[in-house]
Design a binder for this molecule. Sequence first.
Ligand SMILES: Nc1ncnc2c1ncn2[C@@H]1O[C@H](COP(=O)(O)OP(=O)(O)OP(=O)(O)O)[C@@H](O)[C@H]1O
Length: 232
Amino acid sequence: MIQLEKVTKKYLRHKAVNQCTATLEAGKIIGLIGENGSGKTTILKLLAGLLRPTNGRVLIDSKQVNRSISDRLAYLTDMDYFYPYFTIKELIDFYHSQFKDFDKKKAMDMAAFMKLNVKQKIRYLSKGNLSRVKIAVTLSRNVPYIVLDEPFSGLDPLVRKSIINGIIKFMNLESQTLIVTTHELREVEPILDEVLLLKDGRIIAQKSVDQIRDDYRMDVVDWMEQVYETTK
Ligand SMILES: Nc1ncnc2c1ncn2[C@@H]1O[C@H](COP(=O)(O)OP(=O)(O)OP(=O)(O)O)[C@@H](O)[C@H]1O
């Protein structure tokens, strides 16, 4: 379980995350949704122990997060950080050598599922295939928490679909919690259990997708638009 307790993160005087309180249950797929600059990446970095809150506490499984959380949390950034001269296979071997929890077979299976040629060098991959590789190596870590920062940005609908299918097929929903930030709510919505809406560093809503459909009898995207319109 993830707990944010009145978390504020300031960059100089700017509050990127402002007094956020939320509890995220384990074993779910949670979408962190918000406009550019609303604080999504900052929250993920706080979860990953890459940033410390200016105020408040971030707890994962009742322990305050620090850098050692990387043993239990896999973080996919929106940055390109791969070794361009590796082939995909070499990258998978490298991950295997770096992470005790890395499931090499799963990574190879996932690469095959997403129709990647593992002999190809990273530097020659298309943006779509590079994104598939990143997802494959991140999801192949057997850790209880996986956070993905904008895994679909700049990708065409077909690539987005294949990545979503890869997540559905290879994530272990019994033992893993996935937190994903995205602008592409409409496409990701079918796999989400819960949605957290951010605006100007504040959490303005947190609802389960079933609750939105059953209680509000609304499409999740329509609900989101309504919440944004009515929240100053
Ligand atoms: N290192 C930094 N130094 C100063 N300001 C920062 C820094 N990182 C982020 N910010 C600011 O904090 C706010 C929140 O940024 P953050 O990257 O968390 O938002 P985001 O919702 O992920 O945005 P995007 O969708 O554009 O990636 C923005 O106003 C951003 O300009």
